[in-house]
Design a binder for this molecule. Structure first.
Ligand code: ADP
Ligand code: MG
Length: 699
């Protein structure tokens, strides 16, 4: 590695980060901008003007010719429109200019982005506004400016705005809450996120031959290969050369963009891998995860590979998630989910823990729907991913502590006995939890890991909903405890409240095997909601209790929530429609003709053999079997087409999504079963697409 290529030298090379700002901005402007970034102070145009100019000079040095406002509309992808810095100069020449106004505000046409009815097509105007709390960066010749996206009338049209709002609300709420425990100096609390990203890699040549992968991101046909993941020989296995080369380049590209890519390894399913960055603020973490997904896909292409981010590209092996590691940290350096080792710290920690327990129980529906999508429906509740039931894992030790609070007893570990009382709340070692891979929301020592989120999802939504839930609960505890703060008996009172909360909400805690059928029964007995699909959970977005907290903390208005709910449901219907039509097309153009061809070959062979007095037992048996299957397949194609057409005519967004879920999806599955049976019987050279073995064992 040459000096220039060392990781520290290449890290954030393409990012207009704090260090670059410090070296390029006048001192007062830099200070002002830091206040904007760190304390949420308003940005004035004069500052913006100076920053824009410095940014442009830096971007030009990095080879940029354009700038783009980069935003995260409700499509689920990022959006960008590029303008060059070019401006006419005297004498028919050109110069490069960038104004404060162009940095701060953009006016993209909003009419082609989903708004859920919030914005009439006649009022197409939308605004993007610079989000100075994230970093600008240069990529592919453009200066990327992270922005939020709102309509002309101010309604939120993107995923970032509610996240930023929720972070602000959480900061205010948590600062007030922390005062109860003597934290007078905390002035800002930030939520942090580390998103572990799972993905599949397959050969591009193979991908090119699968219309289902190209159009829908997942295989709609394909029989299970003889070998799946049962030997557990892929997880953490050594990296095959093409994968190793891919991962190395991926790391370098991510590092240049200022993403602390930290961990890489093979995942459980064949062809499945993971990249985990070091955590950062939820805001930056969200931008960086969106960017990471894009880079993962692009770098793969350079290696003749395709990166699949779909939640369930292959049946019969694990799907991909995005474990959303979440915590809160203060500006004086505390991680609020670190149990700590002094009694007061523990009391504060235990109260926050109970706030989370109460919140997750009361708003389980919001948590569930925050991870809902057509793709993730195939994963949640399948036997390799968390069930669709929301529960929390705390681990034995923490569970013991909470039990002791509830029962007024003394908590004992093997080594020490802790009194859960006024003066001596327990001190527990950092790694007080075991791992539980089956829980949707697991405590992992100093953070919670929300494991439901789908691999292709934008993490803004799960995070702003979680933040809002936490706002609500911290507010509840603050109001309940403030009258006792700083007084004698405060700790006793806290203990009383915790005890109460635990009694009412302990049902959401489950430390056992979340993948088992027994848990489904047990959860039902406990009265925990179980929404298996997007269609079941999404309408709860608009439940009064949910609207109430989102409005209360200024995260989303009722209209905005309704719009989001509709966008998600519409997307569900469209996804299923595309999938079903892709299946029909592949069946008619490829699979059925191939089957019939082979039946014909068999029949000719039977004829020829019989003509010369031979028997053709095998051919006859196979011809009959395949011919029957072809009939059933043809019937399924016709019926699926009818069902899709019928579902398309259903009026009402919810009703239509239900039609796709209840009528179209089962027929897609029936059709696939028939096709997969045919595949198992057909000779390889007659089956017209790459098989599962070829897709997942090829790289
Ligand atoms: P594992 O797969 O064993 O759960 P990884 O190392 O793959 O662990 O991922 C853990 C993730 O959690 C990393 O992205 C890490 O940065 C993140 N993380 C650690 N501490 C925090 C925290 N306080 N807040 C948010 N994320 C965190
Ligand atoms: Mg991991």
């Amino acid at each position: 590695m040459t000096e220039k290529n060392t990781v520290p030298a290449m890290f954030a090379k393409n990012v207009f980060n704090m260090e670059v700002m410090k070296s390029r901005l006048p001192k007062d402007i830099f200070k002002k901008l830091m206040r904007v970034m760190q304390q949420g102070e308003a940005l004035d145009m004069q500052t913006a003007e100076v920053v824009a100019n410095a940014m442009k000079d830096w971007a030009l040095e990095q080879g940029a010719t354009h700038y783009t406002h980069w935003f995260q509309p409700m499509t689920g992808s990022t959006a960008e429109k590029h303008d060059s810095f070019i401006t006419p100069a005297p004498g028919g020449k050109a110069m490069m200019e960038f104004s404060g106004k162009a940095l701060v505000k953009g006016e993209p046409d909003a009419s082609s982005f989903p708004s859920g009815g919030l914005r009439q097509t006649s009022t197409a105007r939308g605004y993007t506004a610079w989000d100075p709390t994230s970093w600008c960066f240069v990529k592919e010749g453009s200066l990327y400016i992270p922005t939020v996206f709102v309509s002309y009338t101010g309604e939120v049209l993107d995923k970032k705005t509610p996240l930023l709002r929720s972070m602000d609300a959480l900061s205010k709420t948590a600062v007030r809450f922390l005062k109860l425990f003597g934290n007078e100096n905390v002035s800002r609390v930030t939520t942090t996120v580390g998103a572990e990203q799972e993905y599949f890699i397959i050969d591009k040549k193979i991908w090119d031959q699968r219309e289902d992968l190209i159009l829908t991101g997942r295989t709609l046909f394909g029989a299970k290969p003889p070998k799946g993941q049962e030997l557990d020989d892929q997880y953490f296995a050594n990296l095959r050369p093409r994968i190793a080369a891919y991962m190395q380049e991926l790391d370098e590209e991510l590092w240049k963009l200022g993403i602390y890519s930290k961990t890489k390894h093979n995942e459980v399913a064949p062809a499945q891998h993971e990249m985990a960055p070091i955590f950062t603020t939820s805001n930056l973490g969200t931008d960086q995860n969106e960017l990471a997904m894009e880079v993962m896909e692009k770098v793969a292409l350079r290696h003749g590979l395709v990166c699949l981010l779909h939640e369930k590209p292959f049946e019969g092996v694990n799907g991909s998630g995005k474990h959303n590691n979440w915590s809160m940290s203060t500006d004086d350096g505390q991680n609020l989910l670190d149990p700590g080792d002094t009694p007061m710290e523990n009391l504060q920690f235990l109260t926050i823990l109970c706030a989370l327990i109460k919140g997750v129980d009361e708003y389980a529906d919001l948590m569930r729907l925050s991870a809902a999508s057509a793709g993730n429906d195939h994963r949640l509740g399948a036997d390799e991913a968390p069930p669709a039931i929301i529960s929390m894992f705390l681990g034995e030790e923490l569970q013991g502590v909470l039990d002791a609070i509830e029962d007024d007893t003394v908590f004992r570990t093997q080594t020490k006995a802790f009194e859960i009382g006024v003066n001596a709340l327990p001190s527990f070692p950092k790694d007080s939890t075991d791992r539980n891979r089956t829980s949707p929301f697991a405590f992992t020592g100093n953070r919670f890991e929300f494991r439901m989120v789908g691999s292709s999802d934008n993490i803004a939504c799960p995070n702003f909903l979680l933040n809002t839930i936490v706002c609500e609960e911290l507010t509840w505890f603050t109001q309940r405890l403030e009258p006792f703060a700083g007084k004698e008996g405060f700790e006793e009172e806290v203990k009383r409240v915790l005890k109460d909360v635990l009694k009412n909400h302990r049902r959401v805690i489950f430390n056992g095997d979340g993948y088992s059928e027994a848990w489904v029964q047990e959860a039902a007995r406990r009265g925990l909601p179980n929404y298996p699909s997007t269609v079941d959970c999404m309408p709860h977005y608009c439940d009064d209790k949910n609207v109430e907290i989102l409005e209360k903390f200024g995260v989303l208005s009722r209209d905005e929530i309704k719009a989001r709910c509709e966008i998600h449901l519409e997307k569900y219907s469209k996804t299923r429609r595309i999938e079903a039509r892709t299946m029909i097309e592949m069946a008619r153009k490829l699979l059925l003709p191939a089957t019939l061809d082979y039946v014909q070959t068999l029949c000719s062979s039977i004829q020829i053999k019989k003509n010369i007095g031979m028997t053709a037992v095998t051919e006859e048996a196979m011809a009959h079997q395949l011919s029957d299957l072809a009939d059933a397949f043809y019937d399924a194609i016709q019926s699926l087409e009818q069902r899709v057409n019928k579902a398309c005519e259903v009026s009402g967004i919810q009703a239509q999504a239900e039609a796709f879920h209840d009528s179209v999806l089962p027929e897609m599955e029936r059709m696939r079963t028939i096709s997969d049976t045919i595949e198992r019987i057909m000779p390889r050279d007659r089956y017209p697409m790459p098989t599962y073995s070829e897709m997942i064992y090829n790289v």
